[in-house]
Design a protein around this ligand. Structure first.
Ligand code: AMP
Length: 129
C-alpha cells in the first residue's frame, strides 16, 4: 500500500506544495512545530533514510538545502533546523523547521494555521525559490 506521502505526490491527498523536481517533492507539514515547517521527500518510497541509495540521499540533501534557503529567506527565524525522524510516516522525509528556540525542535509544541494561512505561507516560501 502506498505511503501517505506517495499519495500526496500523486495528488490523491492534498498538500500545501512548496517545490517539485523529477525525483523530489516538498510541502508544508500539516501539524507544524513552527510557521513554515516543511517536509522534503524523495519520490522513491523508502522507509528509512539510511536505506536510500547514495545518489538519492545526496540529491535529497541538495534539494532540502535549496528549499531551506528559500524558507530562511521567507520566514523570520534564527535559523532553519534540519531533522530526520520518520517514526510516524514510513517514507523518508527531511524536516526543515524555522527555529526561534529549542522548543521548535522538540516536536512537543505545535502551531495551528487556517487553510488560507497555510496557503499564504507556502506562497511566500515558493516566491523565494
Ligand atoms: P515523523 O515520521 O515522526 O518524522 O513525522 C511525520 C510528520 O509528517 C509529522 O510532522 C506530521 O505532522 C507530518 N504529516 C503527516 N501526515 C501529513 C500530511 N498529510 N501532510 C503533511 N504533513 C503530514
Amino acid at each position: 500500500m502506498p505511503s501517505i506521502f506517495t499519495k500526496i505526490i500523486n495528488g490523491e491527498i492534498p498538500c500545501y506544495k512548496i517545490a517539485e523536481e523529477e525525483d523530489y517533492f516538498a510541502f508544508l507539514d500539516i501539524n507544524p512545530n513552527a510557521k513554515g515547517h516543511t517536509l522534503c521527500i524523495p519520490k522513491k518510497e523508502v522507509d528509512k533514510i539510511m536505506d536510500l541509495d547514495e545518489e538519492t540521499y545526496m540529491g535529497l540533501m541538495r534539494f532540502s538545502r535549496k528549499v531551506g534557503m528559500a524558507l530562511e529567506a521567507a520566514i523570520p527565524c534564527k535559523r532553519v533546523g534540519v531533522t530526520v525522524i520518520g517514526l510516524e510516516v514510513p517514507h523518508v522525509h527531511v524536516h526543515l523547521i524555522p527555529l526561534q528556540s529549542m522548543a521548535n525542535a522538540t516536536f512537543q509544541h505545535k502551531e495551528s494555521f487556517t487553510k488560507s494561512e497555510f496557503k499564504e505561507i507556502a506562497a511566500n516560501i515558493r516566491a523565494r525559490l
